[in-house]
Design a protein around this ligand. Sequence first.
Ligand SMILES: NC(=O)c1ccc[n+]([C@@H]2O[C@H](COP(=O)([O-])OP(=O)(O)OC[C@H]3O[C@@H](n4cnc5c(N)ncnc54)[C@H](O)[C@@H]3O)[C@@H](O)[C@H]2O)c1
Ligand SMILES: N[C@@H](CCC=O)C(=O)O
Length: 569
Amino acid sequence: MASTAMAAVRQTAPRAASALAASVSRRPLSHTTVLPPISNEPVREYPPESEERMELLAACARVRSETVDIPCVINGKEVFTGNTIEQRACSDHQHAVARVHLASPELIQEAIDTSLSVREEWEQLDFEHRAAVFLKAADLLSTKFRNEVLAATMIGQGKNMFQAEIDAAAEAADFYRFGVKYANEIYAEQPAHHAQHVWNRVEYRGLEGFVAGIPPFNFTAIGANLGATPAIMGNVVLWKPSENAALSNYVVFKALREAGLPDGVVNFVPAAGPTFGDKIVSSPDLAAISFTGSTRTFNTLWKGVADNLDKYKTYPRLVGECGGKNFHYVHNTADLDNAVYSTIRSAFEYQGQKCSACSRLYVPESMWPEFRDRMLDCMRDIQVGEPDDFKTFMTAVIDEKAFDKIVSYINYAKESSEMEVLAGGEADKSVGWFVQPTLVQSTNPHSKLMEEEIFGPVITAYVYPDDQWEETLDLVNKTSPYGLTGSIFSADRSVIDTGLKKLRHAAGNIYINAKSTGSVVGQQPFGGARRSGTNDKAGASSYLARFTSMQAAKECLLYLDDWKYDHMK
Ligand SMILES: NC(=O)c1ccc[n+]([C@@H]2O[C@H](COP(=O)([O-])OP(=O)(O)OC[C@H]3O[C@@H](n4cnc5c(N)ncnc54)[C@H](O)[C@@H]3O)[C@@H](O)[C@H]2O)c1
Ligand SMILES: N[C@@H](CCC=O)C(=O)O
């Protein structure tokens, strides 16, 4: 007796066979390819007197001397709306580095319509062509545009050379190169099992609608990633840069255009946050929001989506990476030097304006006097100054609003009976928005400064009894609503093991004897849960996976010759 599978099918007729052959040879839209080797962009050091340092300084001087008009770019057309805001140099706020032309609701709608009109063509382009645009943009950013994007980041967002280099040159290029690699790996994921005479395949479609990319001010690379990476997966994107990072984001956008990104696939849409937010959440064609910024703004967007839920043609994907209250937990077995230096870097690099920056510190009583004194020694040595002075460790914070908020926390600490400002605490906004690195000690582990995100160069220490090291881990876990990054410093494996278990949900990125900042694309996928976001992990394939909608295809290679199953006959 024939097998069930055989009995239910008949041999394919010659005419059908040719149709089958045509179908089999049809190339899926999302297919894998062989890529050139992908690795992290090397970080440059710009040695003294070197040509590369001179060129970078010349680029900084240009940013310091001119005000660039930044248009909206819709379908390749530059639109100078005349409704402008200024992006100011953080360390010299008399100077505007850019005049940013803001989109009206009508222009945002035009950007939506344009992107939808090119969506199908872009999505159906063979993957090699989409990939090549992004690989080329990465190469342009790391060569021709390197100095321009670095200078825009240094002067416009207040980063010293090293902080700009690891962000605007290295991480931005990494996001595009690794984005292509991850897309290729996703496309290769195909069903492993096929019933007899059946061929199963999966097609990875772009989302049916538009993606809104909404980045924060603090990383040019995050602008690059949110504003354009979803296009690697065949999507169209509206990129709304942060008003405080418009210049650097515009340089990245120019690199993408020069790399051959077709008009309309990514539209560059500077706009007031709420204007943009209201417009996109009320569009029936919203397919996804890729957001990074404060928890409060992400909540507003999520609620906006909920309010409009009945309107959407497809459920919008919500990807949000938000705030943090990151910890360094130090055990009395820790290497003191390593813990102190790591804490200085994590708390004060880029003025504490990394979502990953350490802002609460737990040190055992036995170590505290020496730990504190070593911290104070280092802090006396920190140079706070101009971003294009290579000796500078810290520059000014991003804007007046941030300055005022940080100072209000410092003043709160100064007036509180449970806190003492051990170092820093001074601030001056007469020329730039400068806040000195500040160390606070709190006797209350739940004081305001131990729990709330400040986003500035302020770290608060809580000193715990050595014999309560385990209870202190529970305290670390329960102190803040966030779950972004944190570090455990100890030389004792059982302490590290206990720490990892107790802090399992306290951080999306946990570090062991290493600072809580500085994730690298392809090495430490980045993001957190709890109120820190959806933890989709920038710099990993899981991020790309949020921007594809899978279609499973099952193809029968032989035809049915009866509607009855064998056992019915
Ligand atoms: N978890 C992460 O990966 C990560 C990375 C970087 C920064 N951050 C967080 O970002 C915050 C700092 O960045 P920020 O000050 O730029 O954040 P923000 O929330 O003020 O702004 C982020 C972006 O949202 C826009 N926006 C503001 N209101 C909006 C609205 N109603 N609708 C739509 N868009 C709106 C802004 O213009 C900006 O482009 C911190 O909380 C930090 O922890 C998180
Ligand atoms: N990925 C960066 C932080 C990004 C947010 O600001 C880090 O790991 O320090």
